[in-house]
Design a protein around this ligand. Structure first.
Ligand SMILES: Cc1ncc(COP(=O)(O)O)c(C=O)c1O
Length: 384
């Protein structure tokens, strides 16, 4: 009999199982399901990025092993983009590392800093990889509640002292998945101070920095003086340039933290495909223009969904970032509500509880479907 390792057995059960089952059942029945569950851009990667890849791939030099830390050209471009966007200058050699998508960096970083039995502080609800990566490193994820009354930010002062003492890393993520909350530099200042006071590596996941609306500009934690002492920030081209399938991102920050992540990567991967790195340079060059274009698209979808939810009695503030709407559910049971929507309206959303116990009471709607489909989803929801 095949036996899995304890670390695999100790992972939480697949959280979307029930909703997934209901969705597949409906599809089998021939229902035209509108999936607002997945957070994957539905519009294509920009043409100039595709053209750049086509050109790069014809150069046989791109076919060889890339360096695990990333090409000089890509890291140069990332440093240039970062300086222009956030006003922070980075040492391209020591303070930037290329990632095979940001998930790869997040999944590997605990290996570098967490010993068996150490804690990491993880947002709850949150992107599940912070916790599972901790478990793989034989650490223990501690759930920091993201509550509406705190603007969906963790109350760092409320984390028990004995847990903080045993912690090695603090994960934060703003603009936030799933709550769509944003953070200002005051919160980042708190996180940096907390990290420094307690000897923590602060990992800021900034995957949604370029998915913003209403003129809002998301800051980098590295804009806070002293952040370079304890922080690493994760960036991704996935949402910035509609490149989820391409697998390219980068991490920036404290040279020793970047080197620690690099040491893990050196032993487990061989870097992102060079042709993808070359195309990503052009994606970064066009990022600002592309952001303007996409923000209009998502903003219109967001507004359509919010108007619809309002007619259903769900009132909420319009999120300023991410392509998610985190809506409080009538009755408070997110799984029941999500199953009800699939069953009666053929509309899929993500139950908040599947992203952590403190996500109960909410569902997440993703705006990565055309506005016509969102309007159709709203009409169907109104009927039930
Ligand atoms: C908060 C957050 N971080 C990281 C990722 C991973 O993105 P990627 O690996 O495509 O860069 C996601 C993807 O959904 C996410 O929501």
């Amino acid at each position: 009999m095949i036996k899995y390792a304890d670390r695999l057995n100790s992972l939480p059960p697949y959280a979307f199982a029930e909703v997934d089952k209901a969705k597949h059942q409906k599809i089998k029945e021939g229902v035209d399901v509108i999936d607002l569950g997945v957070g994957d851009p539905d519009t294509p990667t920009p043409d100039y990025v595709i053209d750049s890849l086509c050109k790069a791939v014809h150069n046989p030099e791109t076919h060889q092993y890339p360096s695990y830390s990333g090409s000089t050209e890509f890291r140069d471009a990332a440093a240039g983009w970062f300086a222009g966007r956030f006003g922070v200058k980075l040492n391209m050699e020591k303070e930037i590392i290329t990632l095979i998508g940001s998930k790869e960096g997040i999944a590997h970083i605990p290996e570098a800093f967490v010993n068996p039995g150490d804690y990491t502080l993880c947002p709850n609800p949150g992107y599940p990889v912070y916790g599972t990566a901790t478990t793989f490193a034989e650490g223990i994820p501690y759930a920091m509640p993201l509550l509406a009354e705190n603007g969906f930010k963790p109350d760092l002062a409320k984390i028990p002292k004995d847990i903080v003492k045993k912690s090695k890393m603090l994960f934060i993520n703003y603009p936030n998945n799933p709550t769509a909350a944003i953070a200002d530099k005051k919160f980042f200042r708190e996180a940096v101070d907390f990290g420094k006071d307690n000897g923590l590596v602060v990992v800021h996941d900034n995957a949604y920095s370029e998915v913003t609306y209403d003129g809002y500009k998301a800051p980098s934690i590295l804009e806070v003086p002293g952040a370079m002492d304890c922080c690493i920030e994760i960036h991704s081209l996935s949402k910035t340039s509609n490149m989820t399938g391409w697998r390219i991102g980068f991490a920036v920050g404290n040279a020793d933290i970047v080197a620690g992540l690099g040491k893990v990567k050196m032993n487990v991967d061989s870097g992102a495909f060079l042709a993808v790195q070359l195309a990503a340079i052009d994606a970064l060059k066009g990022a600002e223009t592309f952001k303007q274009k996409m923000s209009k698209v998502y903003q219109a979808r967001r507004d359509a969904l919010l108007v619809g939810l309002k007619t259903l009695g769900i009132k909420m503030e319009a999120p300023k970032a991410t392509f998610y709407v985190w809506a409080p559910v009538p009755g408070g049971n997110s799984t029941e509500y999500a199953k009800f929507l699939i069953d009666k309206a053929g509309v899929v959303c993500t139950p908040g509880v599947s992203l952590g116990k403190y996500g109960e009471g909410y569902v997440r709607f993703s705006l990565t479907r055309p506005i016509e489909r969102i309007n159709e989803a709203v009409e169907r929801m109104k009927k039930i």
